[in-house]
Design a protein around this ligand. Structure first.
Ligand code: SAM
Length: 216
């Protein structure tokens, strides 16, 4: 297990999980700040870790891969669905830079509160946090250059594709509530393409275009 954030990031680079820009962003965000007190020893391990409310902070390897595929450029407008601990949102904010805008929507109000505290500690208080059903996107702030969904969906939610700009990219785990494939959706000149990237396991996206609560 890596002993520091820098060692964790260098491992992710060596495995080819992170582009140089994503590695640089991950170096600036100490994962320890997003860890629950009782799991601090796993801060730099490549595992998902429980954060309470039945939810998790994703494994850093998955964060690196999703962020690299998303290819966020400075100045972009980015939506994250599933704020959780706030860790992924902080990486997105580093990638979008001071001219960019990051919005993150979370279904559980208490998790939004946790993320707000964590993001204040990590120096990312400028991220706009919302509570609601992110499977419907965030119509009031759309369109977005990039959208990342950090919970598993049975299909690509049409509302999210509709809220992508032309030239935009969306990364989302699609499959059952227990196992999924990471899918990269790209919108170009009115065409929407989908590419399957790799198998993943995420907690379910619960909402109108996700799983219904009782079945998830
Ligand atoms: N990105 C997070 C991080 O960096 O810690 C990890 C996200 S966790 C794997 C998935 C999150 O998605 C959970 O916090 C869960 O409550 C949230 N979620 C599930 N369904 C949702 C929905 N319809 N809208 C918004 N958030 C949702």
């Amino acid at each position: 297990m890596a002993a520091s954030n820098a060692e964790m990031v260098s491992g992710l680079r060596a495995q080819g999980f992170a582009t140089p820009r994503v590695a640089e962003a991950m170096l600036k965000v100490d994962r320890l700040l997003f860890m629950p007190e009782r799991f601090r020893q796993y801060a730099y391990a490549d595992y998902p870790v429980p954060i309470g409310f039945g939810q998790t902070i994703s494994a850093p390897g998955v964060v690196a891969i999703m962020s690299s595929e998303l290819d966020v450029q400075p100045g972009m407008s980015v939506l994250e669905v599933g704020t959780g601990s706030g860790y992924q949102a902080a990486i997105l904010a580093e990638l979008a830079g001071s001219r960019g805008k990051v919005f993150s929507i979370e279904r559980i109000p208490e998790a939004r509160g946790l993320a707000k505290d964590n993001l204040a500690k990590s120096g990312h208080a400028g991220i706009r946090l919302f509570v609601g059903d992110g499977s419907m996107g965030l119509p009031g702030e759309a369109p977005f250059d990039r959208i990342i969904v950090t919970a598993a969906s049975p299909a690509v939610p049409p509302a999210l594709v509709a809220q992508l700009k032309d030239g935009g990219k969306l990364v989302i785990p699609v499959g059952s509530a227990y196992s999924q494939e990471l899918v990269l959706v790209e919108k170009r000149g009115g065409d929407v393409s989908e590419r399957r990237l790799l198998p993943v396991v995420f907690v379910p996206l619960i909402g109108e275009h996700g799983f219904v609560g009782e079945k998830a």
